[in-house]
Design a protein around this ligand. Structure first.
Ligand code: ADP
Ligand code: 5GP
Length: 182
């Protein structure tokens, strides 16, 4: 029986996780992304069922009670979670699965699936992180404050990860991630 491997990327908002993830999915054959559920509202350009499954708080609570989540967490100001069935199905098919989830979720996954490979993406500095997050132009000032405020706490947990990538030069980081996964 051939089973795929599970890779988990975390890091503070704006550090470049989404960018690295997209590069990995486009360049690594046999790697699939598990689409998370969230109660957050879609940003401009985000599509339901592609970027996330955008669901209501009621539905999210229901799915928690039905035990559908491999992990879930309250992040920033919303709920986010990974559906267990999605991940198990892909791993069972022999695919490598990539999750892009927050630190609380990553540690839950490691507890349930100790073979999962945890990868933390860190910024070169907090100043650079703020610049990237502002440059992305997706957050209100209050959401930005929440995200930067949480960054320090998230950075403290990077020593619990198997690998840390400091996302300074994007090409080098993409290559580092590719090497870890392959
Ligand atoms: P996250 O998914 O971690 O919130 P994004 O992937 O959306 O972060 O990246 C935040 C912003 O920073 C985006 O505008 C992205 O283009 C930019 N970015 C990502 N990686 C780098 C990098 N190594 N150098 C400069 N800018 C980057
Ligand atoms: P964003 O709102 O910027 O898309 O994501 C906010 C945070 O939620 C990021 O740290 C992201 O990694 C995390 N996140 C996205 N999906 C999940 C998930 O399924 N579970 C958990 N625990 N965190 C998630």
């Amino acid at each position: 029986m051939m089973s795929g491997k599970l890779f988990v990327i975390s890091g503070p908002s704006g550090v470049g996780k989404g960018t690295l993830r997209e590069h990995a999915l486009n360049n690594i054959p046999g790697l699939v992304y598990s689409i998370s559920c969230t109660t957050r509202k879609p940003r401009d350009g985000e599509t339901d069922g592609v970027d996330y499954r955008f669901i209501s708080h009621e539905k999210f609570r229901e799915d928690i009670e039905r035990g559908l989540f491999l992990e879930y967490a309250h992040v920033h100001e919303d709920y986010y979670g990974t559906l267990r069935a999605d991940v198990e199905k892909e791993l069972g098919r022999g695919r490598n699965v990539l999750l892009e989830i927050d630190v609380q979720g990553a540690l839950q996954v490691k507890e349930k699936m100790p073979d999962a490979v945890l990868i933390f993406v860190a910024p070169p500095s907090i100043e650079v992180l703020e610049k990237r997050l502002r440059g992305r132009n997706t957050e209100s000032e209050s959401s930005l404050k929440v995200r930067l405020g949480n960054a320090t706490k998230e950075l403290e947990l990077q020593n619990r990860y198997d690998y840390v990538i400091v996302n300074d030069d994007l090409d080098s980081s993409c290559e580092e991630l590719r090497r870890i996964i392959l």
